[in-house]
Design a protein around this ligand. Sequence first.
Ligand SMILES: [Fe+2]
Ligand SMILES: [Fe+2]
Length: 197
Amino acid sequence: MQYNLEEIKNKVYKKFMDSTNLEKQERFAHTIRVMEMAEKIIKSNNLNIDLNKAKIAALIHDYAKFYDSKELLAYAREYKLNCKDFKNNYKVLHALVGPIIIRKELNIYDEDILDAVKYHTTGNEALSPLSMLIYVSDFVEEGRDFFEAKKFREIALKDYIFAGAKISEFTIDLLKKKNYSIHPNTIKMYEYYKNKL
Ligand SMILES: [Fe+2]
Ligand SMILES: [Fe+2]
């Protein structure tokens, strides 16, 4: 099914721009930059990924970002996601619960797009090309100006899977250093792609 990009963009815009909340406005700008980065990576890597699907996945990847963690947890319980994985790990909730909310509110049912939303924060083993594209684009979009984002951006424009492996390694190291809990999918991602490093 072909979804209408402009229609979805307007819905996401309304979701993020209907208030004076600056954080929400910046989140919309971020989703546009992720969309632009995804297109650049598709072109520079010569990928056989449907551009319309990639743009939609980028636009909606953070759709659930501004639901509070209580609400997200309630969804997670209702849909029987493994809640023990979220303990002290609320940052991943907006990604894992995102597909549930997106199905309901945006009527998007394409599993490839929904997987890209689901795995954009943690990654996973054997990601589809679209899921890897969104995982990488989210990290290296041009608004991110820290050292690794710049370095991995350059890599992503040549070899986006190698960039994904580097991002996964960096993320695991960072979470360990900060003593944060690590979601099982984050570990699966690293274990699956570490031989590319
Ligand atoms: Fe996110
Ligand atoms: Fe994001």
